[in-house]
Every structure is written in structure tokens, then in C-alpha cells.
Design a protein around this ligand. Structure first.
Ligand code: AHM
Ligand code: MG
Length: 330
């Protein structure tokens, strides 16, 4: 026998952790493989977007009041199709849709809820800038009530797993199921996400901040003071801002620092969505030794009130998030 290299895919990696996580079952893995399949399809569509003539708007405004891109629709439909027949998915909740897709009742085996931002940063598509998919998985309680929303509105602390894919210079996937954060790279030659690094830890104190500073004068006074301080001689910070949360977060995970989307006069609750953006990234940040807060409380403790709730977000290396809070106590 030849000595072939060991290839650890996301699904294999997850199953090898059986025993540590009650949800690490073959059945759950089938759900996970729906996400990896969908994101591989989305990655290939993005790579050929110019050739397929699918760059540009879809000509409608979504429930969030934002212009929908053709690739937003493609990514959303791809996830709904790939996850819709996985057997154990009860509800699919997308940033792009007005209401959850009811696939199956919890009593009928639909015991998981998958929430996703199908294409985060999609306003960057036509500039060929990194974009991504963010997902969060919740357990659907076994209840008989018909109130689907009540099942969806769970605090982030109850997530079973969460992750994201960045379609960048390479396509990478990071996930956590509560036992560390693990990173995979899509190998296009075999069409699989292959393990790149296990148990990633977010570095501390990298003197990098990431924010849309054009809004600075609309931010709370404490945030303005923090931003002024970063530019002082003694601080010596650098600024990085891509404008795709998933890509800005991925850089923060790998290099450390802080990402901020604070409240502003225009958006008192910030812009980012709690269920599809803040919660999954907060779970990953904490599992990597980082921290995520809205300024008042831990993101994962927040009780969502509506499907498309927004939240201020300060996320990144623990010491840097704490430093921001020294300047800003809302
Ligand atoms: P989207 O999910 O519709 O793409 O919107 C969210 C995006 C984030 O990816 C990013 O952090 C933010 O919007 C950028 O907003 P702004 O242009 O206000 O800086
Ligand atoms: Mg988004």
C-alpha cells in the first residue's frame, strides 16, 4: 500500500469528536454536509460570476431594506435547497427572507434550526472583494405549539454549532461545535474542505482596529475617544476595514485586534444582525479565547425579540474588547 496523505474533511473532523459533543452524530453530520455542499456550489458561482453574468442587482429590496444582488438570491436558494432535504432540519431562517422556511415539525424529526446570512458583504461583489456565508445551528425544542418564531428566538448561548465560509484568495471554512475553532481550506482539485488548523486561538493585543470610521462623529462619545486614542503616538494602532464582516472577522481571528460596529444616531441598534451575524461569530470568538459584546452585555446572552434584530457589535481579542469598554460604558 502507498503511504497516502491523510485528508481530514469537515465531516470526518466533526465525527472524530464524537463523545465530546452530544450532537456529534452521523445524523448531525449529514446536516453539516448540506452546508459544505451549498458553500462549495456558492464558491464556484462566485468564481465564475463574471462569466455567468450574475454580477449586479436582482432589482428588488429585501426585508432589511437593502438592495438584493443576484448572487444573494443564488446563495440563499442554494442553501435552502441543499438543507431542505437533510431530514433533520426543521426550520431554515435566512437574513434574506421575511419568515422562516418550515421544513419539518420537531416531532417529525426536524430537530435542528439552521440560521444563515447567505452572502455577507454582498455589496462588495462587483469589486471582487472577499465575501462569505455565516451559519448558526440551534436545537429545536420538542414542543407542540405552532409558534415557529418562539423556537427561533433563542439566545446565542444555546447554539449547537456555528461557522462561516470566506470566499477570498482561497475559500476557507471555520466552525465550532463548542470544543474549539477549526479551520479548513477548500481544495478545488478534490472539491473538499480539508483541515488546515485545529483549535485556533485569537492572538491578543495586535494593535489593529476595524471600523467604518466615516461614521465616527455619529458614534457614542466613548467610542470616539477610543478611536482618537488609537491614533495617539503612544498607541500606534493600524486600521483595517474590508466592509465584509465575515472577512474582517476572519482577519481578526487570525491576527488579533478588534472589529466594531457601534450604534450610531442613524442606527441606534447598529447595523449587524444578531441571529445570523453576531451570534455565530461571537460563539467562534469565545471558543478561540476572544470576546464579543454589545457594550452592555455578552452577545451570547442576548435574548432576541424578533427574527431580524440588530445589535451593536464589538468583537475580537479579549484584551482589546475590554480596552474599548474602558472608554465606553453605555
Ligand atoms: P450584508 O449582510 O447585507 O452584506 O450587510 C452587512 C455588511 C457587513 O458585512 C459589513 O460589516 C457591514 O455591512 C458594512 O457596513 P458599512 O458599509 O456600513 O460599513
Ligand atoms: Mg451580512
Amino acid at each position: 500500500m502507498r503511504d497516502l496523505p491523510t485528508i481530514t474533511t469537515v465531516e470526518r473532523h466533526f465525527l472524530e469528536r464524537k463523545g465530546r459533543n452530544p450532537h456529534a452524530t452521523t445524523e448531525f453530520c449529514w446536516l453539516l454536509s448540506g452546508i459544505t455542499l451549498a458553500t462549495k456550489i456558492i464558491a464556484s458561482q462566485i468564481q465564475r460570476a463574471g462569466l455567468l453574468d450574475i454580477i449586479g442587482t436582482a432589482g428588488r429590496i429585501n426585508v432589511q431594506g437593502e438592495e438584493v444582488q443576484q448572487l444573494d438570491e443564488i446563495a440563499n436558494e442554494t442553501l435552502v435547497r441543499c438543507l431542505g432535504y437533510r431530514g433533520n432540519v426543521g426550520l431554515l431562517v435566512s437574513e434574506e427572507d421575511d419568515e422562516p422556511h418550515v421544513i419539518k415539525d420537531s416531532g417529525d424529526g426536524g430537530k435542528y434550526i439552521v440560521l444563515f446570512d447567505p452572502l455577507d458583504g454582498s455589496s462588495n461583489i462587483n469589486a471582487n472583494v472577499s465575501i462569505g456565508t455565516i451559519f448558526s445551528i440551534l436545537h429545536r425544542p420538542k414542543t407542540n405549539h405552532a409558534d415557529v418564531l418562539a423556537d427561533v428566538l433563542q439566545p446565542g448561548d444555546r447554539q449547537v454549532a456555528a461557522g462561516y465560509v470566506v470566499y477570498g484568495s482561497s475559500t476557507v471554512l471555520a466552525y465550532t461545535a463548542g470544543h474549539g475553532v477549526h479551520l479548513f481550506t477548500l481544495d478545488p482539485s478534490i472539491g473538499a474542505f480539508v483541515l488546515a488548523k485545529e483549535n485556533i486561538q485569537m492572538p491578543s493585543a495586535s494593535r489593529t482596529y476595524s471600523v467604518n470610521e466615516a461614521y465616527a462623529r455619529d458614534f457614542p462619545e466613548g467610542i470616539q475617544r477610543y478611536l482618537d486614542w488609537t491614533k495617539s503616538k503612544e498607541a500606534g494602532y493600524t486600521l483595517r476595514y474590508i466592509g465584509s464582516l465575515v472577512a474582517d472577522f476572519h482577519r481578526t481571528l487570525i491576527r488579533g485586534g478588534v472589529f466594531l460596529y457601534p450604534p450610531s444616531h442613524k442606527s441606534p441598534e447598529g447595523k449587524l444582525r444578531l441571529l445570523y451575524e453576531a451570534n455565530p461569530l461571537a460563539f467562534i470568538a469565545e471558543q478561540a479565547g476572544g470576546m464579543a459584546t454589545d457594550g452592555r452585555q455578552r452577545i451570547l446572552d442576548k435574548q432576541p425579540k424578533a427574527m431580524h434584530d440588530r445589535t451593536p457589535l464589538i468583537i475580537g481579542s479579549k484584551d482589546e474588547v475590554e480596552r474599548v469598554l474602558e472608554f465606553w460604558q453605555p
